[in-house]
Design a protein around this ligand. Structure first.
Ligand SMILES: [Zn+2]
Ligand SMILES: [Zn+2]
Length: 179
């Protein structure tokens, strides 16, 4: 199993590299980066909300054969019934995405903090990858698989799987072929 990281819009190379390093550190999976800057499909854009319908956008971006495909997206995303999502995973397709708009301090009117932003990117990428590998949400607020409803909750968790999730993850990786 291999992971492909791709970017949509104006996403820094630094963010891609940090995501790659986090995935290798936490899962041992091989990671490739596609440095092309992809453009989001406007059919998934909701002009009223100024957000992309997350799962719809991911479907239009699609998967790359042979990879679990993770997108870093320089935009804001939502799902029906939710004001926003930090990210989304479509395990059946092997595609996941992280929306970067709300991971930046500036979104909340705070001073920019690049290191904090990159740490948040690591966490949300690991979270969506965890879902792609079949992990559910974790009740441990420090675990990267805990569900975050706000940026404060994102900051509270570590860029790492807890022991329970790590075990689960390793057994999934050991037991699965495909992708
Ligand atoms: Zn989740
Ligand atoms: Zn956990």
């Amino acid at each position: 199993m291999k992971v492909l990281l791709r970017r949509v819009g104006d996403v820094s190379t630094e963010a891609l590299v940090r995501a790659k390093e986090a995935i290798i550190r936490e899962t041992g999976l091989p990671v490739l980066i596609d440095y092309h800057k992809l453009q989001p499909n406007l059919e998934a854009y909701n002009w009223k909300r100024r957000q992309y319908l997350a799962s719809e956008l991911l479907k239009t971006l699609g998967r790359v054969d042979g990879f679990l495909t993770l997108y870093l997206i320089d935009a804001d995303g939502y799902e029906e019934g939710l004001n926003f999502v930090f990210g989304v995973a479509l395990p059946a397709l092997g595609v996941g995405g992280v929306f970067l708009a709300r991971l930046r301090n500036e979104f909340y009117g705070w001073l920019p903090d690049e290191e904090k932003f990159l740490k948040r990117v690591e966490k949300e990428v690991l979270h969506e990858l965890g879902h792609l590998l079949g992990l559910p949400h974790c009740p441990n607020p420090r675990c990267v698989m805990s569900f975050s409803n706000s940026i404060l909750e994102v900051d509270e968790k570590e860029a790492a799987f807890c022991e329970v999730c790590k075990k689960r993850l390793m057994s999934r990786l050991a037991g699965s072929g495909g992708y």
